[in-house]
Design a protein around this ligand. Sequence first.
Ligand SMILES: [Zn+2]
Ligand SMILES: [Zn+2]
Length: 341
Amino acid sequence: MSSTYRAIEVSRPGQFSEVSRPFLDPGPGQVRIRVEACGVCHSDSGTVEGLFPIDWPRVPGHEVVGRIDALGSDVQGWAVGQRVGVGFLGGSCSYCEFCRNGDLVNCRNQEYTGIHSDGGYAEVMIAKAGGLVRIPDDLSSADAAPLLCAGLTTFNALRNAPAKAGDLVAVLGIGGLGHLAVQYARHMGFEVAAIARGTGTAELAKKLGAHHFIDSAATDPAAALQALGGAKVILITASGGKTVAATFKGLRPGGASINLGVGPEPIEITSPDLIFGERKVAGSLTGNPATGDTTLRFSALTGVSAMIETVPLQEAAAAYAKMMAGKARFRIVLVRNSGAG
Ligand SMILES: [Zn+2]
Ligand SMILES: [Zn+2]
């Protein structure tokens, strides 16, 4: 067995390089994973563009699936040979106020995979056991990878949303997150409206399970939602404060606009629109590891899957550039070789 492995690291903003690294043993509470697949996510830009403070060089990637090949000391509940996933949240501390209250997502000491520690654009990675997700046997590693961030994020937001079966739920944006959100919303029993600019994704949205398609370039999306009775939830998967504001009046009283798309633009909403109808604007951050397990199991049970394109690990820089240019349809997954699954 080789004593080194291949990794794609970022040595300074925008600069990818393929390097050979020596194997390291996992520390206490950690596992070492032979990576089989890693999704390319827009949040990887936090590392690649240096939007977070990064201790260079850093290996990006937080939609990782692989097999455990070594356990650190004090690791319980996981076994060598087991296939596991690692998402954006690297694992909670278990001692801060939020952890002790059961809110693992908002742990004060959580590291972000691929940002504070090396991620999955590599053949091997070290991960904290507390953040691992179980991968159902009937999902391939490449199919499972995007579900660890794009899937968990949309599934968790919808699962915790104030909507019940039969309620109208709108999904704004039919891209990497949106095309999964439409499927989850349909399988959770909601009446689903997809909203996007132009009609390019109309047919796809219907095929994925949307009952309605609203072209926000041709019609006022808020009025269109009100014509359907008003949405209980609008899940915002695109970034852009103006887009959020333009749909907000499409909420019925008690409804919530839940934001997943990150962007610098402020969301301008008037207080009467919040108060009269008691509407809410909220954010949602991925999900805890148990919800990660549920996301993957639910996906396997219902047949929800991301539309993916697999690319060999060595071509990570090109894959990242394609994703940033908005040309991925809809998620790119790096694999150890182009045929791996
Ligand atoms: Zn992500
Ligand atoms: Zn904590």
